[in-house]
Design a protein around this ligand. Structure first.
Ligand SMILES: Nc1nc2c(c(=O)[nH]1)N[C@H]1C(S)=C(S)[C@@H](COP(=O)(O)O)O[C@H]1N2
Ligand SMILES: [Mo]
Length: 453
């Protein structure tokens, strides 16, 4: 590991620690320990997790004290027997999570799917990424729906409270919808912004069953003054801060694919994905798809919950230089996703024979727009060939699947690149434009392969 990578590692760790709600004193101790470690020189993070801070034996206890609330960074957790947090462990088994997922952090639990495990057309719960800002409610882990209800208030004619049976008796829809974290792709930013270093796999395309939010809001009667939603859930908060709470403009809330979901792939929603009920707001940052949902307030102004103020899930109003932090008033709420694609096969670093046929497979999606084309390059973008799209998406906001057969005549190192184009002509960049927190990451996906002599 180079000095630069190591510095990035510490910056990321600090971001994750701060995101997990560490108090200022903990952060101060962290900063001191890191500067001391930087001063002591490099040891390489790989073999050094147990002596991370140069404290030697007993560091485990010291670290656990340091991260008072039990935050365990991934590099640490990996070396100290994998997932340690009991809640994270039970959440992973409750959702039937497969081996091979990438755990960034276990408290809060943040788990990414590597591209080759995104191969399914409809993502099973066992492979769907997890993004939690706080803890998972115990009631969800107990799969206990008793006492759950959804309240609707604010700019409505009549406040509503809907129980689970009532919700399930309303007309429902089955929709295949992608949910993608606003920070998916952050690992491809340089310099590396703070936060989870999602590479490609903070995205999933499950089948959700639920009631259009529109039908529920219309039951309450939407006042003309309603311009924005505010979402609340019932999870315990990490640290000393307000609840995580996003909202969306009223038009997006009333769009027919925005649903209040009570089933994922035909079964109860797993604890970590929002049991018993979550919002699914497809095509927008995943933060809008509120889990453990129990209240929606209609507001007469843009909502200002944690998760949409300051730099959090916000984008600069104009392009900024890499590393530049524009003033807060120059930031605006992020939301609709850009055009993207992922290559699910072959797996990176696959070895091929000369002349061997290899099938490139993957998916594309386009936020509010439609996927029009997917192009493949094997020579670093000099030439592009069209991939075959396997029909239209099953419904709007579902993935479009592509494939393309390739073979390589000559030996050597290649990268298979995929670049989707939407119906407005937007495409994916080759170089990742930068923003302070690493949102909207959508550079072309690049899979290295080698062809033997
Ligand atoms: N209540 C609540 N809802 C939440 C979150 C959260 O921390 N708390 N995280 C959001 C974010 S940032 C994302 S990307 C998606 C992730 O959904 P998943 O964990 O089911 O994949 O949930 C969203 N809903
Ligand atoms: Mo997210």
């Amino acid at each position: 590991m180079t000095r630069k990578q190591e510095n990035q590692f510490w910056d990321r760790l600090r971001g994750v620690t701060e995101d997990a709600g560490a108090d200022p004193q903990t952060l101060e101790i962290f900063d001191e320990a890191v500067s001391r470690r930087r001063f002591m020189g490099r040891m390489g993070v790989g073999g050094a997790a147990l002596t991370l801070f140069g404290f030697g034996a007993g560091t485990d206890a010291a670290m656990r004290g340091l991260f008072g609330r039990g935050l365990i960074p991934a590099a640490w957790a990996d070396e100290a027997n994998g997932l340690e947090d009991e809640q994270a462990k039970s959440a992973m088994s409750d959702a039937g999570k497969e081996d091979g997922l990438i755990v960034h952090n276990d408290r809060p639990l943040n788990v990414e799917t590597p591209p080759h495990l995104l191969e399914d057309e409809v993502t099973p719960a066992s492979r769907h990424f997890i993004r939690n800002n706080d803890l998972i409610p115990q009631q969800a882990l107990d799969r206990d729906p008793n006492g759950w209800s959804l309240k609707i208030d604010g700019e409505v004619h009549e406040e509503l409270e809907i129980g689970l049976d009532d919700l399930k008796s309303m007309d429902s829809k089955d929709l295949v919808l992608h949910i993608e974290c606003g920070g998916n792709g952050r690992a491809n930013f340089d310099p590396q912004p703070r936060g989870n270093p999602w590479d490609r796999g903070a995205v999933g395309n499950a089948k959700w069953t639920g009631v259009p939010l529109k039908d529920i809001l219309e039951r309450a009667g939407v006042k003309d003054s309603a311009v924005y939603t505010a979402h609340e859930g019932y999870e315990p908060i990490l640290g000393d801060r307000g609840p995580f709470s996003r909202g969306v403009p009223i038009d997006k809330a009333m769009e027919e694919h925005t649903i209040v979901a009570y089933a994922m792939n035909g079964e109860d929603i797993p604890a970590t994905h929002g049991f018993p009920v979550r919002l699914v707001v497809p095509g927008w940052y995943g933060s809008c798809s509120h889990k453990w949902l129990n209240k929606i307030t209609l507001r007469d102004q843009e909502h200002d919950g944690r998760g949409m103020t300051g730099y959090s899930y916000r984008m600069p109003k104009y392009p900024v230089a890499p590393g530049e932090r524009p003033p807060e008033e120059d930031m605006k709420v992020g939301g609709p996703w850009l055009i993207k694609s992922v290559i699910t096969g072959p797996k990176k670093d696959t070895g091929l024979e000369r002349g061997e046929t290899v099938k490139v497979t993957g998916h594309a999606w386009a936020g509010e727009d439609e996927v029009a084309e997917v192009w493949i390059s094997t020579d670093f973008g000099l030439n592009w060939e069209k991939a075959d799209l396997k029909g239209d998406p099953v419904n709007k906001y579902a993935w479009v699947h592509f494939e393309k057969e390739l073979s390589f005549e000559n030996r050597g190192y290649y990268e298979i690149w995929a670049r989707a184009v939407d119906d407005k002509g937007n495409t994916q960049p080759i170089v990742q434009p930068w923003n302070p927190r690493g949102y909207d990451g959508n550079i072309v996906h690049k899979i290295p392969v080698t062809v033997a002599a």
